[in-house]
Design a protein around this ligand. Structure first.
Ligand SMILES: Cc1ncc(C[n+]2csc(CCOP(=O)(O)OP(=O)(O)O)c2C)c(N)n1
Ligand SMILES: [Mg+2]
Length: 672
């Protein structure tokens, strides 16, 4: 297809010249990286970052700053150039260290490495989805905290995205919901350069993007000349004026604009330009300075420290007036934004766990989870729930749930059937601060959300995943819905705590630990079917927080073996223990609701629970592979390494040999 795009090329100036030079020089020095997007978006970035973005480079954590997300994260050098030029703690040496070990300027923007980076981007489509979450967080917090005459939460979320983000399905999930919720303070710039890695996109991406976003209910500003500062400025003003709808500004750009021989080709997407082309570009854009040299007048024209400090001071004065009028709310806002749990939390948790334990109910752990939410949420207003259209199955609603809508805030998101979007949106909510998101679907569909789960862990975000229907125990829905490998595969994700509680008490403790865990996400794998309550003394209840503990010691002498079990299979382990006891074989039962937490305990605890040299058998209705690290090759594992079947649950456990008798027989086999 011929390229029928008519684009006004940039009128080069020193402000955008600085961005282009830093991008091409840093990529050249690193011998890797992506100069195309930074050079193609230089004008858009200059207008947004110098004229509109509300931020203070001197305080990147200012609560009411605008959030900026570079969803096309491969263009990281654009953000690093902007952070450096506007005065964040990103030095020219940091820019020279682009893509080097432990630098502040990693290959893709990484949350926690660089001041001013709001989220980790690179996995295309997720940045804009995080941004939707940030805009939702702003809306919800504004609804909670603002009072007449006191708009203390009032900021925008800005996004850069490219063809790749729009091709990724998750952008549909998120932008569709953003339209429904009317997120008027969300403004995205589409870098419409007609290029992705394989070349001109006409052969694989011919959507009518403006129509697509109009259909979502967005305001779309089409055909903006992306190298014309005044056209961009006018589009931004139009976007800001519309407070009822999110806005997509479609900017026609030339990838790599400024590289005279390579611009507008996929060659500039992700490779250094080379010395000759860089020299030609310097000439072309009128940038005579040496690599990494920024003239003082350019530097000061970019610097935003003074303006940012003044903007923050103005906000602080308004916040002080708010605090005088509403001291309780102001204190609560500060608490929420620092992520501190409310006063009295520890006692509250203890009371909840004591009362759950006293009730000793035999119910499904998904129901126990709902009871936990019901018990914890009133004390924890930052909890914001949601499910991907399975509220009635995941049991994520509680009596105080209020749905977030176009008209109002709330504490519950009806995410619709959008698992990946849900978890990535919730990452944005967590990153924004002030809220703790929990999200839910069937465990089997955690695979749909998987990369966003991984991103939560990578970014150390507090998010709680409620994954119900955790095994063949769900029964009749059959193998499409029965998880087999999901528990094991979630345990492979570094820094993700995976809980599979066996009863009401373990479920309440799992919820408490997940809420208290400020530096990473937790997944709660919960049963559809009822599970018997296990009785414990108070030391055992306390030991649940160790991730693995002795639930039932051998009653008839020193244990000859240990059975390790999780979730619904704990009861099989207890039955097997009785069977073996009757045969004169004393065994210990260890409940292991959270392997990751168990592994964070000291060696003494681990050796006490799982003494060296004692034969072990593990039982879990799922993939056996991971359990061999606990039982060793001489140990035994009762599990499931094939797909399930559609049938009543009880029949399935028997058919697949996941029974108390099978566990007992396996112990006898292991003991020889
Ligand atoms: C989910 C995901 N798939 C693949 C990639 C690899 N990748 C990085 S950039 C890119 C092409 C992006 O095209 P576009 O967004 O148009 O960026 P441009 O080339 O215009 O800068 C791809 C496929 C990725 N980063 N994330
Ligand atoms: Mg592109």
């Amino acid at each position: 297809m011929p390229n029928a795009r008519s684009i006004t090329p940039p009128a080069f100036n020193p402000l955008t010249g600085a961005i282009r030079a830093l991008a091409m020089d840093a990529v050249q020095k690193a011998k890797s990286g992506h100069p195309g997007a930074p050079m193609g978006m230089a004008e858009i970035a200059e207008v947004l970052w110098r004229r509109y973005l509300k931020h203070n480079p001197a305080d990147p954590k200012w609560a009411d700053r605008d959030r900026f997300v570079m969803s096309n994260g491969h263009g990281s050098m654009l953000v690093y150039a902007l952070l450096h030029l506007t005065g964040y703690d990103v030095s020219i040496d940091d820019i020279k260290n682009f893509r080097q070990l432990h630098s502040k300027t990693p290959g893709h923007p990484e949350y926690g490495y660089t001041p001013g980076i709001e989220t980790t981007t690179g996995p295309l489509g997720q940045g804009v989805t995080n941004a939707v979450g940030m805009a939702i967080a702003e809306k919800v917090l504004a609804d909670t905290f603002n009072r007449p005459g006191h708009e203390i939460v009032d900021h925008r979320t800005w996004v850069f995205l490219g063809d790749g983000c729009l091709m990724e399905g998750v952008s549909h999930e998120a932008c569709s919901l953003a339209g429904t919720l009317g997120l008027g303070k969300l403004i995205a710039f589409y870098d419409d350069n007609n290029i992705s890695i394989d070349g001109h996109v006409d052969g694989w991406f011919s959507d009518d993007t403006p129509k697509r976003f109009e259909a979502y209910g967005w305001q779309v500003i089409p055909d903006v000349q992306g190298h014309d500062a005044e056209a961009i400025d006018a589009a931004i003003r139009e976007a800001i004026a519309n407070t009822e709808q999110p806005t997509l500004i479609c900017c026609k750009t030339i990838i790599g604009a400024g590289a005279p021989n390579k611009q507008d080709t996929h060659d500039v997407h992700g490779a250094p330009l080379g010395d000759a082309e860089i020299a030609a570009a310097r000439e072309f854009i009128g940038w005579p300075h040496a690599p990494f040299e920024i003239p003082e007048d350019v530097r000061s024209a970019w610097n935003r420290r003074e303006a940012g400090t003044a903007a923050q001071r103005e906000w602080q004065q308004r916040f002080d007036a708010y605090a005088a009028a509403h001291p309780g709310l102001a204190a609560e806002f500060r608490r929420r934004m620092t992520g501190t749990l409310p006063g009295g939390w520890v006692d509250h948790v203890e009371n909840v766990i004591a009362s759950v334990t006293a009730k000793a109910e035999t119910i499904a752990t998904r129901k126990a989870s709902q009871n936990s939410i019901e018990a914890f949420a009133p004390a924890l207003p930052e909890l914001i729930g949601g499910s991907a259209d399975l509220a009635g199955s995941n049991l994520t609603l509680w009596s105080g749930s209020k749905g977030v809508s176009r008209e109002a805030g709330g504490n519950y998101l009806y995410y619709g059937v959008r698992e990946f979007g849900m978890v990535a949106i919730a990452n944005g909510i967590a990153l924004h601060g002030g809220l703790i998101p929990y999200t839910a679907t069937f465990l089997i569909f955690s695979d749909y959300a998987r990369n966003a789960i991984r991103m939560a862990a990578l970014m150390k975000q507090r998010q709680i995943f409620v994954f119900t229907h955790d095994s063949i125990g769900l029964g009749e829905d059959g193998p499409t819905h029965q998880p087999v490998e999901q528990a094991a595969s979630l345990r492979l994700i570094p820094r993700l705590d995976v809980w599979r509680p066996c009863d009401t008490t373990e479920t309440a403790v799992a919820w408490a630990c997940a809420i208290e865990r400020a530096d990473g996400p937790s997944a709660l794998l919960l049963s559809r079917q009822n599970l018997p309550f296990q009785s414990r003394d108070s030391a055992q209840v306390a030991a649940i927080r160790s991730g693995g503990y002795i639930l039932s010691e051998a009653g008839n002498g020193a244990p000859q073996a240990v059975i390790i079990a999780t979730g619904s299979e704990v009861t099989l382990a207890i039955e097997a223990q009785k069977t073996l006891a009757a045969k004169g074989v004393p065994v210990r039962v260890v409940s292991m609701p959270c392997c990751e937490l168990f592994e964070r305990q000291d060696a003494e605890w681990r050796d006490t629970v799982l003494p060296k040299g004692l034969p072990r058998v593990a039982v879990e209705a799922g993939s056996t592979t991971g359990w061999y690290k606990y039982v060793g090759l001489e140990g035994g594992v009762i599990g499931l390494d094939r797909f399930g079947e559609s049938a009543p649950a009880g029949e399935l456990f028997v058919t697949f040999g996941i029974t108390a008798d099978a566990v007992a027989a396996e112990v006898e086999r292991v003991l020889g």
